[in-house]
Design a protein around this ligand. Structure first.
Ligand SMILES: *[C@@H]1O[C@H](CO)[C@@H](O)[C@H](O)[C@H]1NC(C)=O
Ligand SMILES: *[C@@H]1O[C@H](CO)[C@@H](O)[C@H](O)[C@H]1NC(C)=O
Ligand SMILES: *[C@@H]1O[C@H](CO)[C@@H](O)[C@H](O)[C@H]1NC(C)=O
Ligand SMILES: *[C@@H]1O[C@H](CO)[C@@H](O)[C@H](O)[C@H]1NC(C)=O
Ligand SMILES: *[C@@H]1O[C@H](CO)[C@@H](O)[C@H](O)[C@H]1NC(C)=O
Ligand SMILES: *[C@@H]1O[C@H](CO)[C@@H](O)[C@H](O)[C@H]1NC(C)=O
Ligand SMILES: *[C@@H]1O[C@H](CO)[C@@H](O)[C@H](O)[C@H]1NC(C)=O
Length: 520
């Protein structure tokens, strides 16, 4: 009888030998695939995958039979993973890429083709990010408009939850693809995100080089699901208790773990985000902490995961909540989330949210939306406003107006019964007597009263405050779930047609007027 130990000694190496030569276990990360876009210069794109511990991996990039670069690494022992950082590449393509694993005399090769270099943006959030092109206004013409955008490539991450941070995506709904009417209009809320696609398309119109778009969003989910344990702890978010434990995608960190963390080793240009509706009734008062904390945590994690290739303060854009037609919602909930989305500044970027940009959307309400008024169908304007922010903040375009007017001085003219607002930009005004309100107080008892518009000029606006016979302590604008009809808010910037964002500002008797830092 042959001793058992000898069987193992003889047979195991044979199995290993066979596995390696067949390339078993050797693969790229799930999202490295034909048609992908890799981040262009000045960053280097990270390429990684799994293999046999100790094997050598050679990554080669070539174009028209000519080798552009070769990078050699080895498979790490514990994680069985390998990683290389490519040299910074100018935008363009297509390239072919090959990864070859060699182990002794055995080798195995993986190939991807039609790889472009450009800017890679990650798009996340809840259902308004998930809504597809087939669900928006002018869907038919938008879906047929893909021929000119074959260098805008798309990928959509599957809806998965996990209890622990995952290293790779368990599943991808739509692997890197060229855009077609089929994969952009796949079905309601099923890949690919319309806001993400339109944002990329507008960027392409300006930049004229490849854009890679990864959509990773899930309807009805609160910010807590997309946040790491670190950021939730930093904001003092109460832990789920056994009694309110509901299994599903709303649990703490489950989507961060499965749908975002697996992307942290890739090199990105930036992130866009459309979320907040689900936090109307979940930790709403903490959103002014949880949102800035999420941005900071994603930035740290992606910077570290990409070996410093993704910028430490990469650009982060978001959509401020639109309007909702409902009798059930109290009139403070939407305005409070909108305000908290700016960390209570009213505008971005600001001290707590550096390098961010925002698309105001409160004037894009759609009470007749076939998907409920919570899902407005004009996503073109949302993406257009967002791309203006990206051009100014992420691409440094000078003199581009990317946000609407806010008052930079507020002066109480008590003797005249007026409140004088001086705006930072020109204003286009359409008279509306209820959209400004003042807080009128006597003995700590305050109530909000409408402050009708009195006179206005190109940059100033006077409000009539004669209805308050006591002390005016604050003023607010558009503080309502549904502040105005479609594109009919009373204040816009005249040429960019960007709406004035909602704000609340306190006025103190001692120091009439305020500076933006007082807007709390
Ligand atoms: C890879 O293996 C093939 C045979 O399977 C051999 O022809 C080739 O030379 C090997 N290449 C390297 C780099 O080892
Ligand atoms: C957030 O807003 C709440 C009120 O909604 C306020 O009490 C709190 O101080 C704010 N926190 C931060 C960090 O701004
Ligand atoms: C991804 O980045 C993390 C953090 O730097 C690192 O621990 C991990 O090993 C990286 N993954 C791969 C495949 O290199
Ligand atoms: C919504 O529908 C109502 C009646 O169904 C119609 O009168 C109104 O014009 C529609 N509003 C918009 C903005 O389409
Ligand atoms: C839909 O198409 C019409 C006609 O081209 C255009 O006027 C309108 O602005 C489009 N709507 C949106 C939301 O883009
Ligand atoms: C409001 O302030 C502006 C700028 O300081 C000033 O030009 C304007 O005359 C003021 N309006 C009134 C009614 O005092
Ligand atoms: C403010 O409104 C009241 C009531 O409509 C009116 O009597 C008053 O003249 C207005 N004040 C100014 C400064 O126009």
């Amino acid at each position: 009888m042959v001793p058992l130990g000898l069987v193992f000694e003889l047979v195991l190496p044979l199995i290993l030998w066979a596995d390696i030569s067949a390339g078993v276990g050797f693969r790229f990360a799930s999202y490295i695939h034909d048609y992908m876009v890799l981040q262009k210069e000045p960053a280097g794109a990270v390429i990684w995958g799994y293999g046999v511990s100790g094997a050598t991996v050679t990554v080669t990039l070539w174009q028209d039979q000519e080798t552009i670069m070769k990078k050699v690494t080895s498979v790490k022992a514990h994680s069985n993973s390998w990683m290389v950082v490519l040299d910074p590449m100018k935008p363009g393509g297509p390239y072919k890429m090959m990864a070859q694993q060699t182990f002794g005399t055995m080798n195995f090769t993986l190939r991807v083709h039609d790889v472009l270099f450009g800017d890679v943006w990650l798009c996340s959030g809840q259902s308004n990010m998930q809504m597809t092109v087939s669900q928006i206004f002018n869907a038919t013409s938008e879906l047929s408009n893909t021929a000119a955008y074959q260098s805008v490539r798309i990928l959509s991450v599957s809806l998965v939850e996990a209890e622990q941070e995952l290293e790779d995506l368990p599943e991808v709904d739509l692997q890197w693809s060229k855009p077609t009417a089929e994969n952009l209009g796949h079905g309601s809320f099923q890949y690919m995100s319309a806001v993400c696609w339109l944002f990329g398309r507008y960027l392409y119109d300006t930049l004229q080089y490849p854009i890679g778009l990864l959509a990773s969003s899930w309807g009805g989910t609160p910010i807590e699901a997309w946040s790491s344990g670190r950021s939730l702890k930093a904001c003092g978010v109460p832990r789920f208790t056994a009694s309110d434990f509901v299994a599903g995608p709303s649990q703490h960190s489950v989507l961060w773990n499965a749908m975002i963390h697996p992307l942290h080793n890739m090199t990105l240009k930036g992130v866009i985000w459309y979320q907040g509706e689900s936090n109307i009734n979940i930790n709403r008062d903490l959103y002014n902490c949880t949102f800035p904390a999420l941005i900071e945590d994603w930035r740290q994690t992606f910077h570290r995961g990409s070996q410093g290739q993704t910028e430490r303060f990469f650009p982060f854009g978001f959509v401020q909540l639109s309007s909702y037609w409902s009798a059930a919602t109290s009139d403070d909930e939407f305005p409070e989330i909108r305000w908290h989305q700016t960390a209570d500044f009213g505008y971005v970027p600001n001290l707590r949210m550096p390098n961010t940009f925002m698309a105001v959307a409160m004037d894009l309400g759609d009470r007749n939306s076939s998907f409920g008024s919570i899902h407005p169908r004009d996503k073109q304007t949302v993406a257009y406003r967002l791309h203006l922010g990206a051009r100014a903040v992420a691409y440094g375009e000078k003199n581009l107006i990317f946000q609407g007017p806010l008052p930079e001085k507020i002066e109480l003219l008590t003797d005249k019964g007026l409140l004088n607002l001086t705006y930072s930009q020109q204003i286009h005004v359409q008279r509306q007597d209820k959209i400004f309100e003042i807080s009128c107080c006597r003995d700590q008892q305050c109530k909000w009263l409408p402050a009708p518009m009195n006179t206005f000029s190109t940059q100033t606006l006077d409000l009539n405050i004669s209805s308050c016979h006591d002390t005016v302590v604050a003023v607010r604008y558009a503080w309502a779930t549904w502040p105005c009809e479609y594109k009919q808010c009373p204040l816009y910037h005249p040429t960019s047609t960007l709406p004035a964002p909602p704000f609340i500002a306190f006025i103190t008797n001692q120091t009439p007027g305020y500076h933006s830092k007082d807007m709390k």
